[in-house]
Design a protein around this ligand. Structure first.
Ligand code: NI
Length: 167
């Protein structure tokens, strides 16, 4: 299977909202498989379907050191959030850019898994950051949007330069 193409900031398609998946069927499982392969190959710790131009509420994350704990969140809903943490974040859609963003320290989410089963997950530290970052993608929001206008302008210029180089 060829890897999926990851949209690059500031592509306007990254700013669209994903829709809930009506049922977790084979096509959704195939999407998850392709997204996971794409994320591992990149390599990255998380990928949202919006980033591969699919407007479905599907996220894959692997924040483990050994890269052997794939987490799939379908139709994720934030149930609780608490506290504050600042973590340096990166994004496969904004290569080479790492910036500190404010996030909740602890969260609880409900989502569907690969067999369509509903589960709840409590997360903190880096995993909580990843989940919040990826859930933002499903809402059409980028971590860059939290930064100052000046930083956003610089990042845009940098991405456009990268784009010209690869063209
Ligand atoms: Ni991202």
């Amino acid at each position: 299977m060829p890897y999926l193409t990851i949209l690059r900031y500031p592509d306007p398609r990254l700013y669209r909202k994903a829709a809930p998946v009506p049922s977790v069927d084979d096509s959704v499982r195939a999407l998850v498989r392709d997204m996971a392969e794409t994320m591992y190959a990149a390599p990255g710790v998380g990928l949202a379907a919006t980033q591969v131009d699919v407007l479905k509420q599907v996220i894959v994350i692997d924040a483990s050191e050994r890269r052997d704990r794939l987490l799939t969140l379908i139709n994720p809903v934030l149930l609780e959030k608490e506290g504050t943490q600042y973590c340096e974040e990166g994004c496969l859609s904004v290569p080479g850019v790492y910036e500190r963003v404010e996030r909740a320290a602890r969260i609880k989410v409900r989502a569907l898994g690969l067999s369509g089963e509903s589960f709840e997950l409590a997360a903190e530290e880096m995993l909580a950051v990843c989940i919040q970052h990826e859930m933002d993608h499903l809402e059409g929001k980028m971590f860059v949007d939290y930064l100052s206008r000046l930083k956003q302008t610089r990042i845009r210029a940098r991405m456009q330069k990268l784009l010209r180089k690869s063209a």
